[in-house]
Structure formats: C-alpha cells, structure tokens
Design a protein around this ligand. Structure first.
Ligand code: HEM
Length: 232
C-alpha cells in the first residue's frame, strides 16, 4: 500500500477511536458505530468508504466542471440566458452533465436469470451500464445531441441510479454552481481561443477535456479586494 494511503488509514483509525470515546453529531461518529449485517464495520472498511469519496469525487467533478465551462462558453444562447436570469444555471448544469457525462459506464453482476429487451441474460453474467448512451437515448430525450435549456424533465443518469446513485451528487452540483458563478462574475468576457481537445476514454471510463484555450480580460485586483472585503 502506498505510504500516503497508509497515513490516511492511520489518520482515519485515530479519528474513529476519538469518535467512539467522544461521540458527537457528525458523520464520522455514525460511521464509527456502523455495522454490516450483525457485525461492526472495521476501521479499514470505514477508511475504504472514505477513500471512495476521494476517488469518486475527484476526476469526475473536475471533468464535469471543465465540460460545464466549455458548454457555457461555446453553446449558442447560454451566456445570454444566464445573464438574463442566473436562475437558469441549474438547467445548464443538468444539460451539461447529460451531454458530457463524465463517467461513461459501470458494471453489474446479474443475480438471477432474466431477459433484457428479448435478450436472455443468465445469472452470473457481467453487464455494462452505459450512462453516456443512456443520456442520449432518443426514446427518453427528444433531439438528444442538442444542448437544450428547455429540457424538462431531464432524467439523465450521469450520477447513476438506484442503490448506487452517486452519494456526492449534491456536493458536485454545488461545486459546479460555485465555479460557474465565479467565472461569469469575474471573467465576463471569457471566450475560446483555439481548438478544444477531448481525452476520449481514460482508464476505460472517464471522459474529460484535455485542453481548452481561452482568452479573457484579467480581473481588476481592486474589484477582487472589494469583493473579499464585502465577504462576497
Ligand atoms: C460530477 C461529478 C460526479 C459524477 C459524474 C459522479 C458519477 C457517479 C456515478 C455514475 C456513480 C454510480 C456508479 C454505479 O452505477 O455503480 C457514482 C457513485 C458514487 N460517487 Fe459519484 N460522481 C460525481 C461526484 C462525486 C463526489 C463529489 C463524490 C464524493 C464526495 C462521489 C462519490 C461517489 C461514491 C462514493 C459512489 C458510490 C456509491 C455507491 O456505490 O453506493 N461522487 N458517482
């Protein structure tokens, strides 16, 4: 195990021990007394859960943020819509997640013999849930390749669905909201300055932008100071 991971698990174990001695109203206290069936979770298992937050929440969110900025800057009408009504941002975020789904697919093991659209799927099969394809399914989304701010509802599955629905989706949406709001406030004239380069699939799963040249007028430092002083 890499040294950093060892240190992380040791840190987690110390935190859990502290929560058992001094319980308080927080998530770690809940995890410290968590159970799997009729046995308590081990410190290693809790460390694994917390580690999955880092892994699940890192590349996915950075990919989603860069795709969002790309859509805001390049999709016709989106900047204007946001300038007229910042309340449109959640729709922009959902449509960006649908069209530029950061995590392409996850696998499942089939537990019992079944059939999907006439195709027999025996128990024990491995199947791939292709979220990119689902998010462009023309049976669910009219004109699926179009960035459409009027899409309602927008039942995309960029965060998965069912029992494994992304636990970090609210945080991810909050981060996307903050970055987009700051960008549009601080660099209002940002525009493209060259070709965007996409990654294709990294590690068989992640889609992201590798390069997106832009130009903008740097923010006046006094404006930033004033904003900081205002606490905004
Ligand atoms: C835009 C950003 C994100 C995207 C696109 C995304 C996408 C997903 C998807 C598709 C799944 C379902 C996996 C499956 O079907 O098996 C998932 C699960 C998960 N995500 Fe996210 N995620 C994002 C942000 C985050 C953040 C910020 C965190 C943590 C802070 C996080 C933590 C997790 C964890 C722990 C799971 C596993 C849940 C489970 O299996 O019960 N994700 N995510």
């Amino acid at each position: 195990m890499p040294q950093a991971a060892k240190e992380f698990f040791a840190f987690t174990a110390a935190q859990l021990e502290d929560r058992r001695r001094n319980p308080r109203d927080d998530y770690l206290t809940q995890l410290a007394s968590g159970a799997l069936g009729d046995r308590p979770l081990t410190d290693g298992e809790v460390g694994g859960i917390l580690m999955s937050f880092f892994i699940g929440g890192h590349h996915s969110t950075t990919a989603a943020i860069s795709a969002l900025l790309h859509h805001i800057i390049t999709e016709s009408g989106v900047r204007e819509a946001l300038a007229n009504d910042p309340g449109v941002l959640p729709k922009v975020i959902e449509e960006s997640l649908r069209l530029s789904t950061p995590l392409a697919h996850f696998a499942r093991t089939v537990l019992q013999d079944t059939e999907i659209e006439g195709c027999p799927v025996p128990a024990g099969s491995r199947i791939l849930l292709n979220y990119v394809s689902a998010n462009r399914d023309e049976r669910r989304f009219a004109d699926p390749d179009r960035f459409d701010l009027g899409r309602r509802p927008n039942p995309h599955v960029a965060f998965g669905f069912g029992g494994h629905l992304c636990i970090g989706r609210h945080l991810a949406r909050a981060e996307m909201t903050t970055v987009a709001t700051q960008l549009l406030t601080r660099l209002p004239d940002i525009e493209t300055d060259g070709e965007v380069r996409f990654s294709g699939l990294i590690g068989g799963n992640l889609h992201r932008i590798l390069e997106f040249p832009v130009r903008f007028t740097p923010e006046n430092p006094n404006a930033r100071q004033n904003r900081t002083a205002d606490g905004k």
